[in-house]
Structures are given as structure tokens and as C-alpha cells.
Design a binder for this molecule. Structure first.
Ligand code: 9MJ
Length: 739
């Protein structure tokens, strides 16, 4: 019996470790979360029953140690190195030159590239495959023993998987906190009234240096491995060793790439720079390492850095400057956004003189005042934002920011919806700011793409009251246009041509162009795909979009019965009961669609309250559904839509053959440089009923790879997902269309 239990425990541990690896290291789970939880609970139960079977490397033993009084010191047998930095192509070229001179070669050297994580370097020692010690870098020679905290990081294996690992293995890597986890952690800290962290790096450092591993376990830490110290040579190249480490359960960067020369390295820098903001975590550059390990050995070290590696640093994304004033911008839906006017400063290579403060709640939370010194952050094309105030540098005469009572553009009252962070101008389309924004949006590239209708022109058209809503654009005459400032007869004529061209559109673009609050490009396209016609979308009822679950309806029923409401009271006037936190005004509206009065509502048994939902839109929350339905119910919007159709806006009828197409329902991932923009391929594939995903997983049916495809191609090969080039993709679509 005991023998059977021991075997069962061992079997559960192996299964759990495998699934853990698929989930945390490969990002590609095989089983749903609840199935994993089930295995975990089974192991916990057995270990509770047979405590003598509990082992330190059991997946149940990540947390549980008592807090420490202090960290022990660890002397690194081989010092932990840092990296030399370069900041531009010429810096890298000089490095490459030095490498080749030292190696005495004239041909190009192969490098391996990976993003440079902005976290804390750690060294992990495995003996006989068991994690025995984890230490911080410290000063490179001595660090702190953070084993108990590192054990709580889910992507750190407590014992190595597979076989072939050396008995003594030391691996090195970076512990970091993904941005989303950092935001959540700060949110939690704020709610608890605890100290928040300035950035993910500080949060990771603070978490790793927690004396209580129970606290560290609550922190969303992750890590990636990029180094190793062994007695024996595991493979010929750094790249091959890292693949081995991955097979033993140690996570490596999905962007790890072998590059054949310095030119390829520079292309990699540009690619990562462009991708920087899409990654889930902060990086501050890329790292290049000479791939061949014998070459690394020959190159050796200088002081505290290897001669075979270099960090190509990106420009900093955060700078410090002064808030000179705060003004308010009015957006398309009337939202007032506070904007800080800054003393100009260069951030990540671009001059910044304005930064968003998001809304009044954010201003209060960050306690930003005019006259403050602040940290501004600019990431890619995103609008720069004020991250935080430096309170020590606050002068005595700072001025708090107050929300204006009247719209700075049209003077209408500014209203704040309770429970919403935004304040809005109540002027609607009579507010020139809202009109301008609505028309800009309508004409924008992803909407109707009206070429030649720039912002200056829109400002004039609105200011002179020539255009009050998007439909007015289509009745502009050549004379009117030619009479405007900086418009000749020629540009006026060409704008009319653009307007005529823009009338041929797609339903997805049209829905997006309408500017339905909360409905972006993807949602608009999804609505078009799912419902096929404008009429179908216009006629949607809340109950078509949100199925109110019977259990929810039952709870509402109980609460309202208990409240003994008068039967003649209209359902639309009921207030969501405070004790049901999920219940929002939208749920009341949902019921009001079907029941007029409280009497009608309570007369029906709960099981019959709600029709089976006819449709649900993936990714559409209750509030968005409510905004969509409200939009189409408003008379003003109905009129604009009618006038646009009268002006001749048309789109192709829905393709009904979608279901029949063999790629319909397949998931594609596009990677590498394609000859046409990804946008074009995405629309094409979607038109055939296929989905386009951003990450490769076991659910991916095809990967379409262009030039310089990187980690996604690698992952596709790992998972044996079919890879197509562009020609093969077009053949697949054509052949199947013909058959
Ligand atoms: C980071 N921070 O991502 C190294 N690093 O290699 C990578 N750091 C490194 N490699 C040798 N990817 C010393 C430090």
C-alpha cells in the first residue's frame, strides 16, 4: 500500500511539473487550469495524509518557509559579470572589430541576440538536478542568499526536467516583474495603504529582498535564464546550450536568435526597438554574445565584463522635467483629459512638451500640481505620460489642479458621471471640439480613410459651420471647398475624388467610423463578421449581446421580491441592488427590454425570465454592449446613418461562403517581414473566416513566415505547426476557393 502511495505521489509530481513547465516556461498549457488544480489538490491531499512523503522539491513546497532574520551571504565561485554598453551602430561596430581582431579572423563572427531585461541578476545552483541555492549578484563577488524567495517564482524549476543535465549546474539569469503584474501590485499596495513602487525593476528588487517568503510568493515575479557555469562543455555554442537548458525546464527568452554578422545584429536592434513596447516586460536594450563557446573562452574577460558580450542600450524612456501648467483637452466623446504643459525635455530621442495626466482621479492619486518636478515617460508612439512627482523637489508655491466647471471649448457644463473617472463636456455635437474629433475619426486611415482631409481643413470646416456631422462631408461642393484657406481648385477637386472613393467601404470600417463609444477597429470588424449587415447590428438588443444567467436572474428576483416593490413600478426605474455587486444598470436595462413593470417581472418564474441568448460577441463586456445598443437607439445617430447611406456609402454584402472555406475557423499567426502589410493579410484571412492570433501555441493551425522570422518560427517548429511562406498562403487560399 505504502509503495503504491509513493508511486502515486511521484507520478503526480511528474505530471504537475510537466504541466507547470508547459504553462510557465513554454507559455503553452496542455490542460485547462482546473485540471491542473485538480492534480495539485490530489498531491496536497496525499502529502497531508503521509507527511513523511513531503520533499523539499515537491511542487507543493514553493512557499511555506518561515521569515528570515537576515539574508546569508553567498560568495560566487565564479564572479557574476556585468556587461559593457554601447549606444549606437558605431559602438557595436567597434566591439565587433575588437572581437574579430582578438580572434584573428577576417570573416564575420556569429552572435546570439536577446533582449536585455531590466531586473536583477541571479545565480541558481542545481545539484543532482535539485535547486539548492539562489543568490543575487550583489557586487559580483558576493551576493545574498535569496533561495527561499526564488523558490516561489513559478517559472523556476525546483528540480530539473528530462535527463542529461550535469550533476553540478549553475545557471544565471534575470528576475523581473512583468508590467501588468507591477500595475496590479501597485494597485493592491494602494488599496492596503502600503508603499507603492516607482517602476517594475524596483518592485522586483523589493520583492526578491523580502525576508518573508510568504510575501515574495504574492509578488508576480518571473525570470529568464541567459548564462551558465559548468565544468564540462555542454555544447559547441551558447545557443545550443540555452536550448538544452530550456529542455531541462529553465525558461529562456523567446526572442533568442542566432545572427550571422554585425549587419544582422543591427537589424535585430531595430526590430527589438520597434517591439519594445509590445513586450510584457521592460527591456533597456539588447545583448549580443559571441555564439561559439571556444571563441568566448579565447576572448576572456576585462575587469568585470566579458569581452565576448555587449549590451546595446536603448535610449531611456523616462526623464525629469517641470510642470508649467495644466490644460484640458476635449475628446470625441466629450471626455476632458488634463494635459501637463512641460518644460521641454528629450525623452527616448524625441522632444516632449506635453504629457497626459489621464483624468482627475489620476491627478489626485499622483498628487500632481503646477510647479512640480515630475518623471515623464514616453514609450513608442504612445502619448507621453506623467509617471510620478518628485515630492522632495516640490516648491512652496505649487498650485493644485482643478476641474473646470465649463467646457474650455464650448462653455457647456462639465459633468462627472458617478463611478466614472472621466469628466465630460455636456455639449455633444454642438461642441466644436467634439465635432472636430468625430470628423477626424471618421476620416482616419482605419475608418473611411479620406485622403486629403487633414486636421487643419477639418478645423476650418467645423469653425465655419460647413460640417456639423460626418454626413455633411458628402454634400460639400467644389466651390465651397475651393473657397477655403490654403485650398486651390486642384486640391478641392482631389478631395472630392477622395470623398467619392471613400464611399466604397466595408461594413467593419463603417461601424468603426461611426465612433460608437468603446467600439474599436477590431470590435467593429467582429460585429460586421458576426452579424453581416448594418440592419442586424442596428437592431441588436441587449439580450442578444449579454445572456443574463439564470442564476443571476434568480438572485435579482429574490432581492426585489424581498423589497416588496409596487407592481406598477416600471422595471427600467429599478436600481441595481447594492448587495449584488455584479449587478449594473445594464442588467436592469436588460430586464426592462423584456418586462415592463415589476408586476410583469415578478409574475414570471425566474427560469422563464431570460430567452436563450441568440448570440454573444466575444470580448464584449456588459458596459460596451450597453453603449452599443444606446448608440443605435439615439435619434441623432440614426439620422446621421440614414444620411450617410443616402449619400451613397456602400459595402459588399456579407460573404456567405465563409463556412464552406477550408481555412474558415483556422488560426493563423503572421511573423517576419511580409511583402504586404500584416493588416492586409489579416483582413484577407478574416474575410475567409480564419482567425489571426499574435502568439504561436498548440492551437495554431498555420504560421505564415516572411523574411527574418524569429522566435515565432522557432516555436512553430518546436510545436510542429505547419509553416507557410506568402506564396504558399496565397495558393492555399486560391486552391481552396476554387475547389
Ligand atoms: C540581461 N540583463 O537580459 C546578460 N542579460 O550576460 C542578458 N544580461 C549577461 N545577458 C553576461 N540577456 C552577463 C550579463
Amino acid at each position: 500500500m505504502k509503495h503504491e502511495v509513493t508511486e502515486r505521489v511521484a507520478d503526480l509530481r511528474t505530471q504537475i511539473e510537466q504541466h507547470h513547465y508547459r504553462y510557465y516556461v513554454l507559455d503553452d498549457p496542455l490542460i485547462p487550469d482546473h485540471a491542473y488544480d485538480h492534480l495539485f489538490q490530489a498531491l496536497l491531499a496525499l502529502e497531508a495524509q503521509y507527511p513523511e512523503l513531503v520533499a523539499a522539491d515537491s511542487p507543493t513546497q514553493r512557499v511555506g518557509a518561515q521569515p528570515l532574520a537576515a539574508f546569508a551571504q553567498v560568495v560566487h565561485t565564479i564572479p557574476m559579470l556585468s556587461l559593457e554598453n554601447v549606444f549606437d551602430t558605431s559602438g557595436f561596430a567597434a566591439f565587433d572589430q575588437r572581437v574579430r581582431e582578438r580572434l584573428g579572423v577576417s570573416e564575420p563572427v556569429c552572435y546570439v541576440a536577446e533582449p536585455k531585461l531590466d531586473g536583477l541578476a541571479v545565480s541558481l545552483r542545481y545539484e543532482q538536478g535539485q535547486l539548492v541555492q539562489a543568490a543575487t549578484r550583489g557586487d559580483g563577488r558576493r551576493g545574498e542568499d535569496v533561495t527561499l524567495n526564488v523558490r516561489t517564482i513559478p517559472s523556476v524549476p525546483l528540480r530539473l526536467l528530462g535527463s542529461g543535465w550535469p550533476e553540478q549546474l549553475e545557471v544565471r539569469g534575470e528576475v523581473f516583474m512583468p508590467r501588468a503584474g507591477f500595475e496590479q501590485l501597485n494597485e493592491r499596495q494602494r488599496t492596503l495603504g502600503d508603499k507603492t513602487f516607482a517602476n517594475p525593476r524596483n518592485a522586483a528588487a523589493g520583492s526578491l529582498r523580502q525576508l518573508d517568503p510568504g510575501v515574495a510568493a504574492q509578488r508576480p515575479l518571473d525570470w529568464l535564464c541567459y548564462g551558465f557555469v559548468t565544468d564540462t562543455r555542454l555544447a559547441e555554442t551558447y545557443f545550443a546550450v540555452l536550448q538544452l537548458l530550456l529542455s531541462w525546464g529553465l525558461p529562456i527568452s523567446p526572442w533568442l536568435t542566432q545572427l550571422s554578422d554585425a549587419t544582422a545584429c543591427q537589424m535585430y536592434v531595430e526590430q527589438m526597438r520597434a517591439r519594445r513596447d509590445q513586450l510584457a516586460y521592460d527591456i533597456d536594450g539588447v545583448v549580443f554574445k559571441v555564439d561559439r563557446l571556444v571563441d568566448q573562452q579565447r576572448l576572456g574577460f576585462v575587469a568585470r565584463a566579458p569581452r565576448w558580450a555587449i549590451a546595446h542600450k536603448f535610449p531611456a524612456q523616462e526623464e525629469i522635467t517641470l510642470v508649467e501648467a495644466v490644460s484640458f483637452q476635449v475628446g470625441r466623446t466629450g471626455a476632458l483629459t488634463p494635459v501637463a504643459q512641460l518644460q521641454p525635455v528629450t525623452v527616448a530621442g524625441v522632444q516632449v512638451s506635453h504629457a497626459t495626466l489621464h483624468n482627475m482621479d489620476e491627478i489626485a492619486r499622483k498628487d500632481v500640481r503646477v510647479g512640480d518636478t515630475v518623471v515623464v515617460r514616453r514609450a513608442g508612439d504612445v502619448i507621453p505620460e506623467v509617471v510620478r512627482v518628485l515630492p522632495q523637489q516640490r516648491p512652496a508655491d505649487t498650485v493644485p489642479v482643478v476641474l473646470p466647471v465649463a467646457c474650455p471649448v464650448c462653455g457647456a457644463a462639465v459633468l462627472r458621471v458617478p463611478d466614472e473617472a472621466v469628466a465630460r463636456c455636456s455639449g455633444g455635437l454642438s461642441c466644436a471640439a467634439q465635432r472636430k474629433q468625430a470628423i477626424r475619426h471618421f476620416a482616419s486611415r482605419k475608418a473611411l480613410d479620406i485622403r486629403g482631409l487633414g486636421n487643419k481643413l477639418i478645423d476650418q470646416l467645423v469653425a465655419q459651420d460647413l460640417v456639423r456631422d460626418p454626413a455633411d462631408l458628402f454634400s460639400l461642393s467644389l466651390e465651397t471647398l475651393a473657397g477655403l484657406e490654403r485650398m486651390g481648385a486642384k486640391s478641392a477637386a482631389s478631395l472630392l475624388v477622395s470623398l467619392a472613393q471613400a464611399k466604397q467601404t466595408t461594413l467593419g470600417r463603417f461601424l468603426f467610423a461611426l465612433g460608437i463609444p468603446g467600439t474599436g477597429e477590431t470590435m467593429a470588424q467582429q460585429l460586421a463578421d458576426q452579424f453581416g449587415t448594418l440592419e442586424a447590428v442596428q437592431q441588436l438588443r441587449l439580450s442578444d449581446l449579454i445572456p443574463l444567467k439564470l442564476s443571476q436572474a434568480g438572485k435579482l428576483h429574490q432581492v426585489w421580491v424581498a423589497a416588496a416593490l409596487p407592481p406598477e413600478q416600471p422595471v427600467a426605474e429599478l436600481v441595481p441592488p447594492a448587495e449584488l455587486s455584479w449587478c449594473l444598470p445594464v442588467h436592469v436595462r436588460l430586464l426592462a427590454e423584456q418586462f415592463c413593470t415589476v408586476g410583469d417581472l415578478l409574475a414570471v418564474p425566474p427560469a422563464e425570465w431570460v430567452n436563450e441568448p441568440t448570440c454573444q460577441v466575444a470580448g464584449m463586456g456588459d458596459n460596451l454592449a450597453a453603449k452599443l445598443v444606446t448608440f443605435f437607439q439615439q435619434a441623432r445617430n440614426q439620422t446621421v446613418i440614414m444620411r450617410l447611406r443616402q449619400a451613397g456609402l456602400v459595402w459588399p454584402a456579407p460573404v456567405r461562403s465563409k463556412q464552406a472555406h477550408p481555412v474558415s475557423g483556422c488560426t493563423f499567426v503572421l511573423t517576419g517581414t511580409l511583402t504586404q502589410s500584416r493588416h492586409v493579410y489579416r483582413e484577407l484571412l478574416q474575410a475567409y473566416g480564419a482567425k489571426v492570433a499574435s502568439a504561436v501555441s498548440a492551437q495554431t493551425d498555420y504560421v505564415v513566415a516572411g523574411e527574418v522570422a524569429g522566435s515565432k518560427l522557432m516555436k512553430a517548429r518546436q510545436l510542429a505547426v505547419p509553416v507557410l511562406d506568402e506564396a504558399a498562403l496565397l495558393r492555399l487560399l486560391d486552391e481552396s476557393a476554387a475547389s
